[in-house]
Each structure stands twice: as C-alpha cells, then as structure tokens.
Design a protein around this ligand. Structure first.
Ligand code: SF4
Length: 266
C-alpha cells in the first residue's frame, strides 16, 4: 500500500520574525533552527547553503508607511478606555490604567496569552490591547529601553510599522474586530521618562495585503541569505553566540543578555 504523503504545516511566523527577516533573513533562519532544535531535541541545521552570496539588503519589500504619526510625550489613555489584553510575559509594562479600567478578556488570560491567526499561521503577543469607548481596539507595543530622541535615526520607522501591522492582524483574528491602527510606545525608562514618545501606525487593506505577501515571501525563501552590516550584526543574537560565519561586526556588549543556546553551527 502506497504511503500517504504527510502535508507539513506552513512555517510558523511571528511579528518578531517579520522584523528580523526585514533586517537579515539569515538571522531569522538561525533563530528558527535554534527553536526547532530546542523543541525536537535534535540538531536542526539552518537551510542557508554554505555557498550563499550575502545580500546588501533584505529581500523583504517595505510596508506601506503613509499616515504614520510620530508623537512626542506621554501616551495618555482616555478615562473610558479599557485594558482588554496584557502580555503576562512582560512584567515591566507601564501602568497606564486605573484598576477599574482593567477588563482583560477571559479568553486571553494566563496561560493563554498568545494571540493566534490560524489563517496566516501567525502568532504573537502585543504588550497590551486597548479597547476604546466606541469598541475600537488598539494593540500597543512597549519599548522601555529605547530613547525617543533620535527616533528616526537610531531605530527607523520600518521595524515599528512591521510590528504594528502584524499585531493589528493578530488582534483582528483573536478579537474579531479589525483595528484601524496600532501603537509603538517608547517609555524611556532609563531616562526617567523624559524622552517618551509614541508612534501611531495605520492598519487597513493595504497593510493587510502587505502582510500576506510578506509571510508568503518568508515561507518561499529557500536561502535565507545573510545581510552582513554593522547595523544588523552588532545586535544579532546568533552573532553573539558565534553561530554566523558572515558577521560584519562583533556583537555589541551593550546588547548582551544571558546566553541560552543549543550547540549547533552553520
Ligand atoms: S551576524 Fe549579521 S549576517 Fe550574521 S545572521 Fe546576524 S545580522 Fe545576519
């Protein structure tokens, strides 16, 4: 009897994957290989061929960024805004809500805080989701350590736009209502909040089409080529652990978290 071919599920993608791929596809591939090694207990080798030609830029096309609004200062929530979702894995989120504004959706309480879009094979956790008085939902991504001063130069809008688009889609899939924008909030904890700011990123049909195409691009990329550049490599975790043969710069000490790696190399 002929063996029945088993269909492999599409590769799982997160908002973080999209951001990483937009910097360096090989970095994303190394992170996926590490994760697969941890899950299976077997060494999973990155798909990137050894004779790959490094790229100057990621092949991911940039997302639409018309209508992005950059705001200096605090993000103030309205008295009738509600907190309907919070990532329990992020203990240092800012306290923006009074006790009576916290109404976390019972479907997404710990340990079920991962939002999943089965149609796209996308999952992730915004830092929190605000429900406004008219029912509109707003995912918020909080970056505590980044100064807002020099925002355009040091961080760039593209990463924020990608993350906000992916989180809007997750909220749409999980809550059944499409957000019309997402927010990235810069808390500037190190600077005692002196340089807070936030970015409002629109979400609509164009952004959703971009997301579909971007995930298709990632899944169909059989090479996951490296993009060696100081701006990428200096903060790249696989570089920190000596896993990348293409690194253009040493990993920066200021980015060093505790190492947690399984032993595999490309
Ligand atoms: S070290 Fe540089 S080239 Fe290598 S995976 Fe990291 S970002 Fe890409």
């Amino acid at each position: 009897m002929a063996a029945v071919a088993q269909l492999r599920p599409p590769e799982h993608v997160t908002p973080h994957d999209l951001v990483t791929y937009s910097r360096c596809p090989h970095e994303m591939e190394l992170l996926h290989a590490r994760h697969a090694s941890l899950v299976t207990g077997q060494t999973v080798v990155a798909r990137t061929p050894l004779d790959v030609v490094p790229l100057r830029h990621s092949p991911l096309f940039t997302p639409p960024n018309l209508g992005v609004v950059v705001n200096d200062g605090r993000l103030d929530v309205a008295p009738d805004d509600r907190l309907v979702y919070e990532d329990d894995g992020e203990p240092d989120l800012p306290m923006l809500f009074a006790e009576d504004q916290i109404h976390v959706d019972s479907r997404y309480r710990p340990p079920n805080t991962t939002l999943i879009d089965p149609a796209l094979g996308l999952s992730g956790r915004p830092d929190f989701v605000i429900q406004q008085r008219n029912g509109d939902l707003v995912p918020v991504e909080y970056k505590s350590t980044h100064l807002f001063v020099g925002y355009h130069e040091s961080h760039g809008r593209t990463f924020d736009v990608i993350q906000a688009i992916a989180e809007c889609r997750l909220v749409h899939a999980a809550f059944g209502r499409r957000p019309n924008h997402g927010v990235v909030l810069y808390g500037d904890v190190a600077g005692d909040g002196q340089h807070e700011g936030w970015v409002q990123i629109p979400y609509g049909d164009a952004e959703e089409r971009w997301l579909h195409a971007a995930i298709t691009q990632i899944r169909s990329d059989g090479t996951r080529a490296p993009v060696p550049a100081e701006r990428n490599c200096a903060s790249c975790a696989p570089n920190r652990d000596g896993l990348c043969r293409y690194a253009a710069a040493r990993f920066g000490e200021e980015h060093r978290p505790p190492p947690v790696w399984v032993p595999f190399r490309t």
